[in-house]
Structure formats: C-alpha cells, structure tokens
Design a protein around this ligand. Sequence first.
Ligand code: SF4
Length: 333
Amino acid sequence: MNAPVKSLTGLDLRTEIDRLRKERNAVILAHYYQEPEIQDLADFVGDSLDLSRKAAATDADVIAFCGVRFMAEVAKILSPEKTVILPDMAAGCSLEDSCPPEQFAKFRAAHPDHIAITYINCSAAVKAHSDIIVTSSSAEQILAQLPMDQKIIFAPDKNLGAYFNRKTGRDMLLWPGACIVHEAFSETELLKLKAQYPGAPVAAHPECPAFILDHADQVGSTRAILEFALASPAETIIVATEPHIIHQMEKAAPHKHFIGAPGADGNCNCNMCPYMALNTMEKLYIALRDLEPRIELDEGLRAAAKRPLDRMLEMAAGTVGKGDVGKTKVTGD
Ligand code: SF4
C-alpha cells in the first residue's frame, strides 16, 4: 500500500482526488510520462493513441487529462460535450511549439500537390490544416494505406518523419520540428551504457534522432516500448524515451532492471519532459475541485481539427481504404 501523498494543508490527496472523481463523474487519463503517483491513481494510463480512443469512448462527464495541453485538446475535440480539465494549462510541448500554425499553413499552400500527415503532437490549429493525424503507434499502419506515389508533408517531428521515410521507403517532405526531450539523448553516453551492460537491448522512441535509433533493438511508441520491455527475455533493458515510463515497467516486471538512456553529460535530467512535470497531485486535486483550468475551443476550429483525427481513428482501425483519403477542407485556425 502506498503512503498517503499529503500537502495543501495536510490533505490526503489520493483520497481527496478519489472522492472528487466520484462526485464529478470524472475519468482520469494519464500519459506514461506523468509522475508515478498520478499514473497510479489514473483510471487509464496509455500512449497518445490509447488516450485518444479512451477520450472518444468515455461516458464520464469530466475528463481530467494528465498529460500535455495538445493531448487534452484532443479529448475536447473528440468529446466536446465533456468538461476537459488539465491540471496545469502551461503544460505545453516543444514539438507543438516548433510548428506555428500560420507558418504551417503557408508551407502547405506552397505544396498544393501534397497531403499533410501530421503527428498528434501539434496544436488544434495545425490539426485543422492537416489531412490525417497519426501517432507513433498508428503512423505505419496509416501510411501503408496510402499509395506510394502520394506526395506527403510530414509534420512536425523531423526525426519521426525521417524514421518512417527509412522504414517505408517513402520520401515525405519533413517539417523541421523536434522534441527537446528526445533530442537530448547522447550517442556517446548510450554507447558507454551498452558497453557497461553487454547484451542489454535498447528500446527507443522514434522521436529520437537517427544516431540513437541506429543503436536500438526496438523502435516504437511508448506502448510498444513497454510491451517489448516486458516480453524480452533480457533481464536488463535500456530505455530511450521519457524515463517516467519505467514506472509501469517496474510495476509489471519488478525482477528486471530498466535503465533510462542518458542525456548529454550522462547524468542530467534533460530527458525528463519539463512540460509533463508541471502536472502534480496538488494541481490535479485543485482542477477536480474547481473544474478549472478547462480546455475551451472555438467550434469551427474544433470541427476542422476533428476531421483528420477521425481519419486517424478510422484508419488505425483499418476501416478506410486507399482511395478514401482526400484533402481536408480547412475552415478554422
Ligand atoms: S516528451 Fe517531447 S513531444 Fe512529448 S510532450 Fe514532452 S516535449 Fe512534447
């Protein structure tokens, strides 16, 4: 049994959050990159695709989204009638920031013969300018449904786009964005770690640069990394993504040794997402108590952003064929 997490005038936050969750008919969704206490009390922990599906399917009145802002926006886009709260509205994303909507709209306009496949880590306004949204776990399946001669802009993550170009043999035009967390891994430090633990496989997220992925035995979404780590016969596994995912690995396989891949000086916290870290138990409690801060979206923007998200959910379920993908009409910004 975990010890009570107390603060804000000595409240037992876990008990209080539980009480408010029932009172509000709320569901708590948490990303694998959240702190362990939040993962442990969430109704569901998952990657972006899992969380999108849960947000679309829930019958709760309130979605308390423990992740970053674009993820909570996705919940609101898919479930506009729900109240969606985010413990800290400042929980942004460096990848989202690397793709301003106005510049993306101009880039699209300059390539009228391309469709835009956009990673879910972007603002609602960029989604509204996209044809299909993908997550790291759905991208390959979705790309496989498009003709090989289809011209594609892939945004905003250049590392993820380059990885899928290599994997699928496509030549997608890449928007030059990146995630500060996954860019922080050091090849030199990773090689030192591999020498220290010979035979330990490396599982890496495709947001990492190619110089890290080249040393990986498994490349995949956070969920795929988790599944690989648990299924691998290896006792020691090196994990190259945000290290809070190791919490789920240690819970499921306490006998194994999971090591986070190091950042530049081998010992920094630069591979921890500073945006995810803004959400705390105290802020989650306050958000459930006050039903603030809330995600609110202009209806035109929400509807425009929903179309490419619906395409993702349909294509990830295999219900859309090769000929069904046309361009999204952009109606909002
Ligand atoms: S880990 Fe990177 S991509 Fe994920 S939320 Fe943090 S900054 Fe954004």
